[in-house]
Design a protein around this ligand. Structure first.
Ligand SMILES: [Fe+2]
Ligand SMILES: [Fe+2]
Length: 344
């Protein structure tokens, strides 16, 4: 029987690195084994633990929360070709801002390390002590939060500092102002929706985890686009070595993100498989709690939200192009590279 119960200290444990990760003069999380392979932070025990909980869930007839490429749908604006054009026309500020904003969003993920999560055991019929869900507040989400926002008090940068470091590698002389935060595009709350009759605090945590899974899963779109642009031999030609190094840092971030997605799919898969005690003394199955809300937010994130975000970006890009001496030519070339909205 594999180990299924872990202490916080175990779940936070990192590999014994042969070398730490240092980039652009910054000490960053994770490190390398003797062969030079990158090892994500805090995964020495967390990695095998997630595998063991997953196997146990599947042995009970459950499955990971379904998350496939359909969740990556929706128009992406600007497209990879459009960003490339802007960079080639000397309008790199948008891409620079994207890297800064991504780092700032990652920094916010540190909240996971400081949040107090309620124990689910009081409202779940089955014993959850040997499940990921039983470890919400004993290191599983704390490790996740530190991956995103680092441990500044120890001088170790997480994903936030990794984005800033890779940005500075490819824009060594940029003196652009700090970008304003993009307007938040919130999903309109449907107050007609019936929330399942379980305790409000637990309900909020479940909705939070579902939203987080969607965000983590879809972040991959931007991350892979960034890596592709950095690896393009026609871009950042002044210092291709720096661009390739920056791409390598993106690759490490993507590697770190894998366990975020799998552990969220696991916790939500467990929730779907469990029986919950309702506030009126009855019971309800986990998939009834999860599935409708998941359907609603996935639709929003893959159809409605991308279209609104594209409108916002279209206006921003037009303003940026207007500053180019040949604005009309660039705008026409830019428009020709727009991704077709598959939903329209
Ligand atoms: Fe991250
Ligand atoms: Fe993440």
């Amino acid at each position: 029987m594999p180990q299924l119960h872990f202490t916080e200290e175990e779940l936070m444990r990192s590999h014994d690195y042969a070398a730490p990760q240092i980039e652009a003069g910054e000490r960053l999380h994770g490190g390398f084994d003797t062969a030079g392979t990158y090892l994500p932070p805090r995964t020495l025990v967390r990695g095998p633990a997630v595998d063991a909980w997953t196997a146990a869930l599947e042995a009970r007839g459950g499955e990971l929360m379904k998350a496939d490429s359909s969740l990556l749908a929706g128009i992406r604006y600007p497209s990879t070709g459009q960003v490339k054009l802007l960079l080639q026309e000397g309008l790199g500020q948008g891409f620079y801002n994207t890297l800064t904003i991504t780092g700032k969003i990652e920094a916010k993920g540190r909240i996971l390390a400081d949040m107090q999560f309620p124990s689910f055991q009081p409202i779940v019929v089955e014993d959850i002590s040997d499940m990921a869900l039983g470890h919400l507040h004993s290191g599983l989400l704390k490790a996740h939060g530190l991956d995103e926002g680092g441990e500044p008090e120890k001088g170790i940068g997480g994903h936030d500092v990794m984005w800033f470091a890779l940005r500075d590698l490819v824009f060594p002389e940029a003196d652009y102002p700090d970008p304003p935060e993009p307007g938040n595009i919130a999903r309109p709350e449907n107050d007609m929706r019936q929330t399942p009759p379980i305790s409000d605090g637990h309900m909020r945590v479940i909705y939070f985890l579902l939203n987080l899974l969607l965000i983590e899963f879809r972040a991959e779109r931007g991350f892979s686009q960034t890596e592709e642009l950095l690896m393009d031999p026609e871009l950042f030609t002044a210092d291709r070595a720096a661009a390739e190094r920056a791409a390598e840092i993106v690759r490490r971030i993507r590697r770190d993100e894998e366990i975020h997605v799998t552990s969220l799919r696991l916790m939500l898969g467990e929730i779907r498989s469990l029986t919950f005690k309702t506030t009126d003394g009855d019971t309800i199955s986990g998939h009834e709690i999860v599935d409708d809300f998941w359907h609603e937010i996935s639709h929003w994130a893959t159809v409605e939200q991308p279209r609104l975000a594209a409108e916002q970006q279209r206006a921003l890009c037009r303003d940026r192009i207007a500053a180019h001496p040949e604005a009309e030519r660039v705008q026409a070339a830019f428009d020709a590279l727009e991704e077709r909205d598959p939903a329209q």
